[in-house]
Design a binder for this molecule. Structure first.
Ligand code: ARG
Length: 592
């Protein structure tokens, strides 16, 4: 469906043109004085300068042209106000028509993109063999939402977890394993047979091996040296190390999948840095052949600085002097692979904002080298840090890195305690409910902040049923479900289509106005890669719904058609709320 703003602007454009003014002045915006009007056009002010007239005269002239009476009028009021505003109110009949239009569509009036794009969203970034920690939480939560929004708008979105599976952690584990179990066949250079299918460690052991090795490497430079050498050997294809690597991957990836599934996060591709390996050699050769890569102090680099830069962008390191590839190498080679497999129209990377420079360099090399077309958007959505209440990066009470599983468990338990406090729900249902509400609290607490900003992780605030929180949104949905259930008990049929009538009251109209903004909200949020705009929207919608609820006796309404219309309206509200939380990546329970 056309956006409600487009309907209005069309009318305004015609009115401006009718009066002999350029159409560009016809922009309509949400009113900043909701007490006076719903929307407004401020174009007369700008037009006044161009046409050397008083703004109020132009406003009055244009407002006079707007139809506020006809059968098809979309406005019920159009008033010129000093110094030159045009204040607008939508016609209740038009608005009801819009509601019924939304109601009839599966996507609630949201239109698919005119040109559907193939979009890669790179958003997991977990590092294999290291436990998933809160640092990776934001990437997963934000990226999942971006992916869902893109899909909702009809794009072909491919989510890639892009594991860190090829780095020093592998060399560290290999060398630690050698120290602990030197007799393993992997360390016997004369061994000729097949390598075992069983890994020489469990997930529990692996999780202990890595931190131990990492600590050792900090105290023991010789050990670190060995780990570097082992990493390089692995990358060059040394069979016994590849065998260990495969064990690490199998065990670790299974665990990661479980963890992401708990977060309601799903990837289409489980690729990693290692998958880029086969593309590296040719790519480096191509960069050399094109005269872009050159040697500098033994390393291979590509210049990426531009004259227009306001800050220094250092050359991008492609290969170290010892021949090892780097983070940038694997990211560039991954782009080569993605171009070959998908020819993406757009790239979106959801990564810690401290990696901004790395991506700036990588994007520039990709474009300079013609790996990616000059006009393909490569978006770096850098997110800020999740802090504790002390304003420092979130830690466990003991000061260690908080494991994601622990964090989720803590939230679920806090929610469960709250549910058990004031409800008499069976424990099993309460636990299921707490999981859903906990996830909503966690995700909404994150997504409601602009991604690039740091935010404070505050469980008590996040799990509150009041205020701008996930549970509040869920509570609103649950409330609607409960009204509909009662309506059913009264003999009504909440499944059946119901015509929505023109609003009679102001909160009823307010709710409709808010519903009508749905398609616009989704489009804006995706265009700006800004899930927090969905949160803003859904919060305002929940508020509008609750105002309507408090002022309206929905089930006690005596006029049958009016009552049906109320029910139709809350069914539509529930659908829009649920569509929004699905875009955010969580769902509502039946009761709370
Ligand atoms: N594994 C990386 C980290 O933990 C994040 C990967 C992000 N994606 C990418 N294509 N570089 O920092």
């Amino acid at each position: 469906m056309k956006k409600i703003l487009d309907y209005m602007e069309e009318e305004l454009r015609a009115a401006f043109a009718d009066c002999g003014y350029e159409e560009k002045y016809a922009k309509v915006v949400l009113s900043n004085r909701p007490d006076l009007c719903e929307y407004q056009c401020n174009g007369a002010m700008a037009a006044a300068k161009a046409y050397k007239k008083k703004p109020i005269d132009i406003a009055a002239e244009v407002a006079g042209k707007l139809d506020i009476q006809g059968e098809k009028a979309i406005f019920s009021e159009a008033q010129a106000l000093m110094p030159g505003f045009i204040n607008l109110k939508l016609s209740p009949e038009f608005l009801a028509g819009y509601m019924n239009g939304m109601r009839a569509e599966e996507k609630l009036g949201s239109e698919d993109a005119e040109k559907p794009e193939t979009i890669i969203v790179d958003y997991g970034g977990a590092n294999v063999a290291k436990p998933l920690h809160v640092g990776h939480l934001r990437a997963a939560i934000i990226g999942e939402s971006i992916k869902r929004m893109g899909r909702f708008l009809g794009h072909h979105v491919i989510g890639d977890v892009h594991l860190g599976d090829w780095g020093l952690q592998m060399g560290l584990i290999i060398e630690e394993l050698r120290d602990r179990q030197p007799d393993l066949v992997y360390f016997d250079e004369d061994y000729q047979g097949e390598y075992p299918e069983e890994a020489p460690f469990t997930i529990g052991e692996l999780e202990e091996i890595y931190p131990a090795a990492s600590a050792k490497s900090k105290a023991d430079p010789a050990f670190l040296e060995r780990a570097h050498a082992a990493t390089l050997k692995l990358q060059k294809g040394y069979a016994p190390y590849r065998a260990i690597w495969r064990h690490i991957m199998n065990i670790s990836v299974a665990d990661l999948k479980k963890n992401y599934a708990n977060l309601n996060v799903e990837f289409d591709l489980w690729k990693g840095e290692s998958d880029a390996e086969p593309y590296i050699e040719d790519m480096i050769q191509m960069l050399i052949d094109k005269g872009l890569a050159y040697e500098s102090q033994g390393a291979l680099v590509v210049d990426v600085a531009k004259e227009t830069d306001t800050k220094e962008i250092p050359p991008c390191l492609i290969r170290k002097s010892d021949g090892a590839s780097l983070y940038a190498t694997s990211d560039l080679a991954t782009i080569v692979e993605r171009e070959q497999d998908f020819k993406p129209d757009r790239y979106i990377y959801v990564v810690d904002k401290r990696q901004g420079m790395h991506f700036e360099q990588v994007f520039r090399v990709a474009k300079r080298a013609g790996i990616v077309r000059e006009d393909t958007p490569m978006i770096f959505l850098g997110f800020g840090t999740m802090n504790g209440k002390d304003g420092k990066p979130f830690k466990t009470r003991e000061g260690g890195v908080m494991r994601l599983e622990t964090l989720i468990k803590d939230i679920d338990q806090a929610v469960l305690a709250r549910i058990m406090e004031n409800r008499t729900m069976a424990l099993k249902e309460a636990e299921e409910t707490a999981k859903k509400v906990g996830l909503a609290a966690l995700k909404y607490g994150d997504l409601s902040n602009q991604a690039s900003k740091d935010y404070v992780f505050d469980v008590d605030r996040f799990i509150s049923f009041e205020g701008n929180t996930g549970p509040y949104i869920l509570y609103t949905i649950v409330r609607i479900k409960s009204i509909l259930a009662k309506y059913g008990e009264q003999g009504g049929n909440a499944e059946e289509e119901k015509t929505i009538l023109a609003p009679a009251g102001s909160t009823e109209k307010g709710l409709m106005l808010q519903l009508a903004r749905f398609n616009e909200a989704v489009q804006t949020a995706f265009a700006e890669t800004a899930p927090h705009k969905i949160c803003q929207y859904v919060y305002e919608l929940a508020n509008a719904c609750n105002s309507f609820y408090h002022e309206t006796k929905i089930l006690a309404e005596e006029d049958a058609a009016r009552k049906e219309s109320y029910i139709g309206l809350i069914i539509l509200t529930r659908r829009v709320l649920e569509a929004c939380i699905d875009l955010l990546g969580f769902e509502a329970p039946e009761r709370m």
